[in-house]
Design a protein around this ligand. Structure first.
Ligand code: NAD
Ligand code: TYD
Length: 352
């Protein structure tokens, strides 16, 4: 009998990773999905309780910066593919502590590349997929879009670390022939996002009647993508993307931060049954983020034309679904903000 395809997903306890793990475990019962995650502050196994008992799923607690552990993992599992998402992901944290971004995003990626190279023989049938960000391209003016040919111009320690890991993944392709794909995606939103990022932070603050900190003049623009649309794009790129290629993934859904926060406030007032305008009064303009990129916008023509992928969830629907999810899951929010979620691994996975 042919070996069951075994895929390593790194960072699967995080925001995007947990949506991807759920999609892959449910959609491909014939695959075995190994979720490797260090369970940093951003890793939360409570995101995955619905699939944790699936027979085609295994969680491994591990750190991609631990070379010995990664070599042993590859020796044990004989992976057919890697979808690499594990990273430090928050720009503000990269400004206050760049070093952990260098260690995880750059060194950790090279450690995974080395493990793949050492254990994948002649590479036939293998694939190493690096999930990356549009922030590697830098910042746009009022017009224009990032394409796959846009020159890299990262400007925060986070985006510089992701640009660096993209370059290293491509270097392993060109130098050693490692089969790779890369995708660069815009800002994701939806359930299970750590409430340090814009939308869950604002939702949590509105719920608690706390100020809504809008950085600088609020005129910064992001292109927002529903997280499940990103997971389905990753699935398509993994299965149908061409070796050595890069695909930009975006929502065609640009918002200035202040307009998005206004829209969110209005949705939250409706969902909470508060008088119109209540939440907008919480908006507070605060000191700007240093080096704040003005605008990101993705041209996703390539993935649409070559793989037929398009986002399924539109802006208003996605924002409403997001707000409703956090309000229906206040216990999740409470456990994340209190730190209680961090005990889940010991309770569920460690022998007593
Ligand atoms: P996240 O911060 O929610 O999750 C990151 C996960 O990686 C966590 O579960 C964490 O525990 C794990 N991790 C961190 N360091 C690790 C280490 N040393 N070893 C093993 N695991 C480790 O991030 P996210 O928003 O889900 O982003 C996932 C990936 O997608 C990242 O590579 C990010 O750069 C990329 N990306 C994110 C966005 C976005 O909008 N969030 C957009 C484009 C690309
Ligand atoms: P964020 O969710 O941190 O994503 P990224 O920096 O990767 O784009 O921030 C999205 C935008 O929202 C960004 O322009 C910074 C801004 N922002 C605020 O204005 N206030 C906040 O409290 C946060 C977290 C972000």
């Amino acid at each position: 009998m042919a070996k069951q395809p075994t895929i390593l997903i790194t960072g699967g306890a995080g925001f995007i990773g947990s949506h991807l793990v759920r999609l892959m475990v449910n959609k491909y019962p014939g695959y075995h999905i190994v979720n490797l995650d260090a369970l940093t502050y951003a890793g939360n196994l409570e995101n995955l309780t619905d699939i944790e008992a699936a027979p085609n799923y295994t969680f491994v607690k591990g750190d991609i910066t631990d070379a010995q552990q990664m070599q042993s993992l590859f020796a044990e599992w004989s992976f057919d593919g890697v979808i690499h998402l594990a990273a430090e992901s928050h720009v503000d944290r990269s400004i206050s502590n760049p070093m952990s971004f260098i260690e995880t995003n750059i060194v950790g990626t090279v450690i995974l590349l080395n493990a793949a190279r050492a254990h994948w023989g002649d590479f036939s049938g293998k694939r190493f997929y690096h999930v990356s960000t549009d922030e590697v391209y830098g910042s746009l003016g009022e017009t224009g879009f990032f394409t796959e040919d846009t020159a890299y111009d990262p400007r925060s320690p986070y985006s510089a670390s992701k640009a660096s890991s993209d370059h290293l993944v491509r270097a392993y392709h060109h130098t050693y022939g490692l089969p790779i794909v890369i995708s660069n995606c815009s800002n994701n939103y939806g359930p299970y996002q750590f409430p340090e990022k814009l939308l869950p932070l604002m939702i949590n603050n509105i719920r608690n009647n706390k100020p809504l900190p809008v950085y600088g003049d609020g005129q910064y623009t992001r292109d927002w993508l529903w997280v499940e649309d990103h997971a389905s794009a990753i699935d398509q790129v993994y299965h149908q993307g061409q070796d050595g290629q890069t695909y930009n993934i975006g929502g065609n859904n640009e918002w200035k931060n202040i307009d998005l926060v206004h829209q969110l406030c209005d949705v939250m007032d409706q969902l909470l049954g508060r008088p119109d305008g209540t939440s907008r009064e919480l908006i507070t303009f605060v000191k700007d983020r240093p080096g704040h990129d003005r605008r990101y916008a993705i041209d996703a023509t390539k993935i649409k034309n070559e793989l037929g992928w398009e986002p399924a969830v539109q802006a208003e629907e996605g924002l409403r679904k997001t707000a409703a999810w956090y309000l229906a899951n206040t216990e999740w929010l409470e456990r994340v903000t209190s730190g209680a979620y961090q005990a889940y691994y010991d309770k569920q996975y460690q022998p007593q």
